[in-house]
Design a protein around this ligand. Sequence first.
Ligand SMILES: N[C@@H](CCC(=O)N[C@@H](CS)C(=O)NCC(=O)O)C(=O)O
Length: 226
Amino acid sequence: MRRLRSDNERATMKLYTFFRSSASYRVRIALNLKGLTYEQIPIHLRRGGGEQFGLAYKKVNPQALVPALEDGGRVLIQSLAIMEYLDECYPNPPLLPNDPADKALVRSMALIIACEIHPIQNLRVLVHLKNHLKQSEDDLNHWAQHWIDLGLSALEEMVVSAPKRSKFCFGDSPTLADICLVPQLANARRFNCDLSRFQALTAIEANCAALAAFANAAPERQPDAE
Ligand SMILES: N[C@@H](CCC(=O)N[C@@H](CS)C(=O)NCC(=O)O)C(=O)O
């Protein structure tokens, strides 16, 4: 049987995070939406060549990526797996709709970001393009803008034509799709992407920003923010 956690049963969770990491940002939003308290362990992705590559952190996450969540003696990695874990342990408020087709739609929106956009403009990919393939800063920006634009264009269309179109990517409350969208739009701005074409997505972003769970997860509000 699925184990549901109650509020007074849990020890404080530890989130290995970096303020600017969009995958960490997703998990911070999910934790906040669930009303969970957690301790942040900052892993600086640039300092000293990147703290994620240190032996101590590689024992936490062999992939040398943030986030990682420690809960009940277990360490979980991969933001989507972490968020689905949280959703199963702490079902309220739900991060996925109930209906299987609706659930698949929301997951597909989240995966467009988490599998198709974010991984190819991630720090280690850009570092490789720059250091090994000798691409210029301009080329890196063009690369990131290209893939972000392609993915967000598809997502904009999906959101506009989604059933139960409302304030969020799907329905009246935030789901995994919104949780992935907001950090990705912040990333897009860092790469100077033109977001003016994405009216539906930026309207959803504004609706999310009005919620404390999203606002408090923003990079600039984190203890390790520079
Ligand atoms: N698919 C992973 C992606 C994790 C990831 O790429 N994290 C980035 C920060 S957003 C990272 O740690 N980058 C370090 C690096 O590229 O060296 C997830 O969703 O958790």
